[in-house]
Design a protein around this ligand. Structure first.
Ligand SMILES: [Zn+2]
Length: 59
């Protein structure tokens, strides 16, 4: 088995690491944006902070 070129291995590791970090940060950012996105309830107009409108689903 050939020995891996340390410079190539380092470059590969850095590239992979940066790409991985970018992927993680991108997913994290989109998750935060999705979480913080406010949408008004279609029936009462209040901001829905959960999956459903609390005011309208309250029995
Ligand atoms: Zn509502």
């Amino acid at each position: 088995m050939e020995t891996l070129d340390p410079q190539l291995a380092a470059a590969f590791a850095v590239t992979t690491g940066v790409g991985f970090l970018m992927l993680i940060s991108g997913v994290h950012k989109s998750l935060l944006e999705w979480r913080h996105r406010r949408r008004p309830c279609p029936s009462c107009g209040r901001d829905i902070d959960g999956r459903v409108c609390r005011a309208c689903t309250r029995a």
